[in-house]
Structure formats: C-alpha cells, structure tokens
Design a protein around this ligand. Structure first.
Ligand code: NAD
Length: 368
C-alpha cells in the first residue's frame, strides 16, 4: 500500500495561494509516480488569519501543524496589514510557527541556474550551488539584551549616557545539533563544510570551532574549512563555486544567506527549509515574500515553492528520489526556455509563460 503523509498547507497572502496551488499539483504528480499519497489540510496564517480570526496564527492552526508530517507555506504579509498592531503583524505567524515547531535549523540553498546567470551581479559566475545551514533559535537574536543609563566617562571625556546591549550565548547542545545537520547534508552533496565564525574575537565562535573539529572526526570523507565572517562575505563574491555547505550562527547566517541569494540573481527560484528535532515536522517555504505588486496577475514564479516541495520530500519524508525528480524537472524547464516574467529577458529560445504554464512544464518533466 502507498505510504500516506499529512501535510499542513498554509497558502498565506498575496501570491501565496497562487504558487501553492501550482506546488500542490507538482506534489500530486510526484506522488502518482513515486507511490506515496498526501492528505493536505489547508490552513490560514498571516494576513488571511488576521482577517478571519483577529490573530496571525491561532493555537488550533499550530496544533494541526504539529500533528502533521510537514508544513508547506506560501508567503505572508501585504500592505493591507501594514498598520495593524505590531504584536499581531502577519510575520508574527512565522515566528509562532518557528518557535511552536521548535525549528532550530534553517536550510537555504543558493543555487545558480546557469541559464539565468545573466541576472547575477557577478560576471562570469558559474557552477554555484551552496547550501546555507543557519542556526535559527539561538545566538544574539535571543540572548540577554537591555538598556541602562551610565554615569561612566569614556577615555576622551565623553559621558557614556544611555547604554544598550545584546549578548550572544550558545550552548554545546545547540551547536552540535546544527553542525550535525550540516555534516549530514554535506554527505549527500559534495562533502565539504565551511564553518563561518569570528573566532579571532568571539568566545562563542571558539566553542563552535572546537565542536566543529571534534565532529569532523566522525565524517572523515568531509573536507572542512573555517572562515571568519568578514572574509567569507568577500569569498562568496570572488569564489562562490568553491563552497558546498556553509554552517553558521543565527546572525551571520541571516546576513550571508541573503548575500548568497542575491548572487544567484533570482529570488523566485530559491526555496528554504526550517527543521527541528528528528521526527518533528519541518517548515518549507520560498525565500521570497508575498509579492503584492503581482498578486492575481498570474505572473508569479512558482519555482521557489515547487523546489520547497522537493526539500519537504527530501528532509521531512525521506523521499529522495521524488525530490531529485522534481529538482531535475525544474532545471529541465528552465533549460528548455520556460520563463516567468521575473526571469525573462527576451533572449532567443526563451518563452514567456504564466505561473500555471511554468508548473505544467515542470509537471510534464517529472519522470521515474
Ligand atoms: P517580496 O519578496 O514579496 O517581493 C520583492 C520583489 O520580488 C517584488 O518586485 C516581487 O514582485 C518580486 N517577487 C517576489 N517573489 C516573486 C515570485 N515568486 N515571482 C516573481 N516575482 C517575485 O518582498 P517585499 O516586497 O519586500 O515584501 C512583500 C510582503 O511580503 C511584505 O508584507 C513582507 O513583509 C512580506 N514578506 C513575507 C515573507 C514570508 O512570508 N516568508 C518574506 C519576506 C517578505
């Protein structure tokens, strides 16, 4: 009998419902070919939930997500909700899902599609395929912070006055679990992991390094490298093709994964996964927002969400072959010239298509 999985689906706002519709068609086709079935439960979050329930994420929605095998999300937010009370902004739904599901690892591939390399700000870029593994629930964003008034005086006589501080704290357990995700991911890729830190200055970074070297002994096939974050920000521009997996803390990952996304040039092509403890549901979503400027026009690029489905199959359901088939079908569609408006430049061989036509091309390319 076919394996059955429960997927919680949150279309969200703006282009969210449109791209999710296309991604679910892809999921159906993959299920038909690879012999699995999905029970999808459609849920509200973000602006759509504020309109219906007065809050961006209800406890009931979170409970359904927790009881699922995985969560697929479109995007949340839009100008209609810009002026709501900050405590119930649409984006709060994402924070509620991350903390409620205990998602401590954020995986963001930055893969360059060679046919789209003209959109990269780096000239002559090629063969770039980086997987960022960012710690998501610790570090300076969650450390002790505060403000106070100081009567101390600085060396040049200037009074300190008002003082604000944020602190970075990492425990061995928090670091080890994210390093393991990075090393395991590298084993299924090109077997290289780069640790990005600031070990020349930060005590937390030195603990990351120590644990990184220790864990590397369990993965003798994996080549390791350590880079200071300032150096890495330059190396990402000068030699992006030499990276495989990059693992780093919450704040460094926040900044560098956006830089790497920009290098690939196409926000509509980049998926993401947020994972927690093994056996708990992961959250899969495109890295872009709800693109209210093109919502309802049929112009949205569904590829990032379709590639998020592939990550869902790979990381939450363990269906590697189906995930590979979807990823290959996306590459094939782009190679064959299918282009939504965001990636179309009118070159010979390119066909300008709507979201649904892009999904059709991908669906027909999924084979077994
Ligand atoms: P955005 O990513 O929504 O859009 C930026 C630009 O990229 C726009 O021109 C948009 O048309 C284009 N774009 C984005 N995705 C596209 C796609 N799939 N196909 C074609 N073009 C695409 O970022 P923004 O405009 O800064 O934010 C819009 C709303 O989305 C805001 O309310 C923001 O808070 C929210 N947002 C949500 C998430 C999320 O749900 N994870 C992430 C970022 C922003």
């Amino acid at each position: 009998m076919a394996e059955r999985y429960k997927i919680a689906v949150i279309p969200g706002d703006g282009i969210g419902p449109e791209i999710i519709e296309e991604a679910l068609r892809v999921l159906d086709k993959a299920g038909d070919l690879y012999g699995f079935e999905v029970d999808t439960q459609m849920l509200l979050a973000g602006g759509a939930s504020i309109d219906k329930n007065g809050v961006p994420l209800t406890p009931g929605t979170l409970e359904i997500c927790k009881a699922s095998d995985a969560v697929l999300l479109g995007a949340v937010g839009g100008p209609q909700w810009d002026n709501v009370d900050p405590s119930i902004r649409p984006e709060k739904a994402l924070l509620g899902l991350r903390s409620g599901l205990g998602l401590y690892a954020n995986l963001r591939p930055a893969k360059l599609f060679d046919e789209l390399s003209h959109a990269s700000p780096i000239k002559d870029i090629k063969d770039t395929d980086i997987l960022f593994v960012r710690e998501l629930t610790g570090g300076i964003y969650f450390g002790k912070s505060g403000e106070y008034d100081s009567s101390e005086v600085l060396s040049d006589g200037q009074p300190e006055g008002h003082v604000a501080f944020d602190t970075e704290t990492y425990s061995e357990g928090e670091i080890k679990r994210i390093l393991k995700i990075a090393f395991d991911a590298a084993m299924g890729r090109c077997r290289k992991v780069t640790l990005v830190d600031k070990a020349n200055v930060l005590t937390t970074s030195r603990l990351w390094r120590k644990l990184f070297f220790e864990m590397s002994k369990e993965y003798p096939e994996v080549v390791i490298e350590c880079l200071y974050v300032d150096n890495c920000s330059m190396q990402l521009i000068s030699r992006p093709h030499e990276f495989d997996v990059i693992v780093t803390s919450n704040m460094f990952g926040d900044i560098l994964s956006d830089e790497a996304g920009m290098i690939t040039g196409s926000v509509g092509m980049l998926p993401s996964a947020s994972l927690g403890a093994p056996g708990t549901p992961g959250l899969f979503e495109p890295i872009h927002g709800s693109a209210p400027d093109i919502a309802g026009t049929g112009k949205a690029n569904p590829c990032a969400t379709i590639l998020s489905v592939a990550m869902l199959l790979r990381y939450s359901l363990g269906l590697t072959e189906a995930a590979d088939a979807i990823e290959k079908a996306v590459v094939d569609a782009v190679t064959s010239g299918y282009r939504t408006a965001d990636i179309y430049i009118g070159k010979e061989g390119e066909m300008l298509v709507r979201s649904s036509q892009m999904a059709d091309a991908i669906i027909s390319g999924i084979t077994r």
